[in-house]
Structures are given as structure tokens and as C-alpha cells.
Design a protein. Structure first.
Length: 97
């Protein structure tokens, strides 16, 4: 049984690029589209709901950060987004300027 939403909620919060750097290096950061709810995605990942996750990836709503995105984060002062840790991944919903 995966973590309950309340457990996921505890691992949610703002994150800076400095905090993400190690996770980016190991390929664990997944960018979540603005149209998706971070907790809903986190639950699906935690429950290993392959069909749902695959549909989001296919639709371009979930994916690894691009080099362009990483460059933008690197330049940004303060938080780059809201993160949700679902081991071994870090889901990130980017803050819009």
C-alpha cells in the first residue's frame, strides 16, 4: 500500500534550484504541468498507476526538465516551484512568474 494523501502532503513544499540540483543530477526530477494537481500526480506515482502516468507523459503533461528549463531555474533567485517527494522521484510544479 502506497503513502496516503496526508503523508504525501507532508513532503510537499517550495523548493529552490540549489535544493533540486542533486535530484536533477540523478535524473529524478519530473516536471508536472500547470493543469495537473501535484497531489493527484503524486498519488498516481506512489500507487504505480502506470496507465495514468503514461497517459500524462504521452500528453506532454509530465516529463524530465529540458536544458532550457534547467537554465531558467539556475538563473532564478528563490523558489523555482512547489515540489512533492515520491521516492525515488521529486515532482515539481514550476512557479509562474
Amino acid at each position: 500500500m502506497g503513502p496516503m494523501p496526508s503523508d504525501l502532503e507532508k513532503s510537499r513544499g517550495p523548493v529552490t534550484f540549489a535544493d533540486l540540483r542533486a535530484h536533477v543530477a540523478r535524473g529524478a526530477v519530473i516536471v508536472v504541468a500547470q493543469s495537473l494537481d501535484l497531489l493527484v500526480v503524486g498519488e498516481a506515482v506512489a500507487k504505480d498507476d502506470k496507465a495514468r502516468v503514461a497517459a500524462w507523459i504521452e500528453a506532454g503533461l509530465l516529463g524530465k526538465p529540458t536544458l532550457e528549463t534547467l537554465a531558467r531555474w539556475e538563473k532564478k533567485r528563490g523558489d523555482v516551484g512547489e515540489s512533492l517527494v515520491v521516492q525515488p522521484f521529486v515532482l515539481l510544479k514550476e512557479l509562474l512568474d
